[in-house]
Design a protein around this ligand. Structure first.
Ligand SMILES: C[S@@+](CC[C@H](N)C(=O)[O-])C[C@H]1O[C@@H](n2cnc3c(N)ncnc32)[C@H](O)[C@@H]1O
Length: 227
């Protein structure tokens, strides 16, 4: 029998899906955080009707494709108390908003060159009661007087360009973490060739393929660049 799924059932399904994925990857999140992440997913879809934040012809659940994808970074990097993190080209808050929910003691700055996207992020941050993330409308090249332990970036630019942006904003022992897809051989070679120009970033590049985590992450990798 065909029947419409109620909002309550949908929320429950999303919560269960996220909980199972987190448990499978040893990511510990309490129910309050899981519920907030599900709430963020709904706000993201609502805002997406007004501002282009994520693809509108979604073929996969937002809770996996965008939210768990962001959270998965924490399997490869420990977000510490008071750590300062920049999300460069955050768009609708990815990966910064999910990670700020998961790690409330870490401090996140989310920047994007598009004002309308930052307005959406600011509204979502407020509605979710997030106090450890700030969204700022700026090009990353114009950020001054701040340094970060970690720079995050999801689907923004080739690695060499990200290294150029991050080089002057990262502490000497800081880390650049990118969520990327496809074959990265050429862009990694270019980034390594340009490292002298980019304050020695990257000295090393670690690649963590995540295709096996979910069918929605086909050809996706987590890329970690260090000096
Ligand atoms: C493809 S979107 C990805 C958004 C988000 N990270 C995500 O995964 O959904 C790339 C975003 O990077 C932003 N962007 C590109 N270059 C930038 C720069 N130099 N400074 C700040 N934002 C930038 C764009 O405005 C855009 O919102």
């Amino acid at each position: 029998m065909n029947r419409r799924i109620t909002l309550m059932e949908q929320l429950h399904d999303e919560l269960t899906t996220l909980q199972a994925l987190c448990a499978e990857h040893s990511i510990e999140l309490d129910t309050e955080k899981l519920e907030k992440l599900v709430h963020y997913g709904h706000l993201l879809e609502e805002w997406n009707l007004k501002v282009n934040l994520i693809s509108r012809k979604e073929d996969s659940p937002v809770i996996i494709k965008h939210i768990f994808h962001s959270i998965l970074i924490s399997s490869y990097h420990s977000f510490r108390k008071e750590e300062r993190v920049l999300d460069l080209g955050t768009g609708g808050g990815l990966p910064g908003i999910p990670l700020s929910i998961a790690f409330p003691d870490t401090r996140f700055l989310l920047v994007d060159a598009t004002g309308k996207k930052i307005t959406a992020c600011q509204a979502m941050i407020k509605e979710l009661g997030i106090t450890n993330a700030i969204a700022m409308h700026t090009r990353v090249e114009e950020l001054k007087g701040v340094v970060f332990d970690t720079v995050l970036s999801r689907q923004v630019a080739p690695l060499e360009q990200l290294c150029r942006y991050a080089a002057r904003l990262l502490k000497p022992d800081g880390t650049l973490i990118c969520l990327k897809g496809g074959n990265l051989d050429r862009e990694i070679s270019k980034a390594i060739e340009s490292r002298e120009k980019n304050n020695g970033l990257p000295l090393t590049v670690e690649l963590y393929p995540i295709s096996a985590v979910s069918s929605f992450f086909s050809e996706k990798q987590i890329v970690i660049a260090r000096r």
